[in-house]
Ligand binder design. Structure first.
Ligand code: PBG
Ligand code: ZN
Length: 321
């Protein structure tokens, strides 16, 4: 095997090559701030003010990042997440300003309620046999409204992340009924109830005030259920599937990639924080580990990767070429 690993031959035989067009950068937009606010648990990441987000996206674009996924932090939360679908809501304004300034940037929007509800859950809460919890069907209409409002603002792809049963079908029907037949849905179809979302909940102010998300997100040990979730979303009309988190769920990612639809992988906040923290201490080489992790995610079958390393990674890839 070493004959084919001669340095001069290696590039010819490389099976997996990360490209900058594989990467999507998550962007946090906060309605209540006037300058970028550092996120303590995610060194190098910031919340951006609405009127600064287009400029930030332009910087990303010029660096080589061609796609972003937006998360909004509203000034006001309530029980029904009304700000999530407001025509002048934080994400709606951000999408409009980015697309006005930078038409070529692919703008994906996260469709969920947890940043907009005062209880922090991903939809409408009601009484269940086990006490108060996320209500499935009453929350579907909310997701449809949010998705349509993002579409009207100019989003290129909507990405529901609430893990409700029927969310893709409800959103597809609502988009079709409002003239958005051509807008793709990237479903967070296989999303585990992971402790790796911890830093994100600080970043997006989306922590919950009671309970947890284990009645809607998947148990990390359940592989067949995880794949079934993506199959169901495919049947409901999802255009792109997703596995989240990415790096420690590569077995699931490989299986979901076999379903045939394009697949996204989300390298989540905790994956970023772990690599960053070890890098800051000098215990790991941040750049090498980040690129190795992203390459492994791609090798497992991801067509696109949502990663907080996107901006750094395009710079590193550029240097290596
Ligand atoms: C909201 C949402 C979450 C993430 C993306 N969308 C958090 C959650 O489900 O609690 C996590 C992203 C990350 O950790 O980077 N539904
Ligand atoms: Zn949510």
């Amino acid at each position: 095997m070493r004959r084919i690993r001669r340095r001069i031959i290696q590039p010819l035989l490389r099976e997996t090559e990360l490209r900058k067009t594989d990467l999507v950068m998550p962007v946090f937009v906060d309605e209540s701030i006037s300058r970028p606010l550092p996120i303590p648990s995610m060194p190098g990441q910031f919340r951006h003010p609405v009127d600064g987000v287009a400029g930030y996206c332009e910087r990303l674009y010029n660096a080589g990042v061609g796609a972003v996924i937006l998360f909004g932090i509203p000034a006001r939360k309530d029980g029904e997440a009304t700000e999530a679908y407001a025509a002048d809501g934080v994400v709606q304004r951000a999408v409009r300003s980015i697309k006005e300034r930078l038409e070529q940037m692919v703008v994906i929007t996260d469709v969920c309620a947890c940043e907009y509800t005062d209880h922090g859950h991903c939809g409408i809460i009601g009484e269940t046999a086990d006490g108060p919890d996320l209500q499935n069907d009453p929350s579907l209409e909310l997701m449809a409204r949010i998705a349509v409002s993002h579409a009207e603002s100019g989003a290129d792809i909507v990405a529901p992340s609430c893990m409700l049963d029927g969310m893709v079908k409800a959103i597809r029907e609502a988009l079709d009924a409002t003239g958005h037949q051509d807008l793709p849905i990237m479903s967070y179809s296989t999303k585990f109830a992971s402790a790796l979302y911890g830093p994100f909940r600080d970043a997006a102010d989306s922590g919950f005030s009671f309970g947890d998300r284990t009645t809607y997100q998947i148990n990390p040990g359940n592989a067949r259920e995880a794949i079934m979730e993506s199959e169901l979303d495919a049947a409901e009309g999802a255009d792109i599937l997703m596995v989240k988190p990415a790096g420690i769920y590569l077995d699931i990612l490989a299986s979901v990639a076999e379903l045939g639809l394009p697949v996204a992988a989300y390298q989540v906040s905790g994956e970023y924080a772990m690599i960053k923290a070890a890098g800051e201490r000098g215990w790991l080489d941040e750049r090498a580990v980040a690129l190795e992790s992203l390459t492994a995610i791609k090798r497992a079958g991801a067509d696109l990767i949502v990663t907080y390393f996107a901006e750094d990674a395009v710079g590193w890839l550029h240097e290596e070429q």
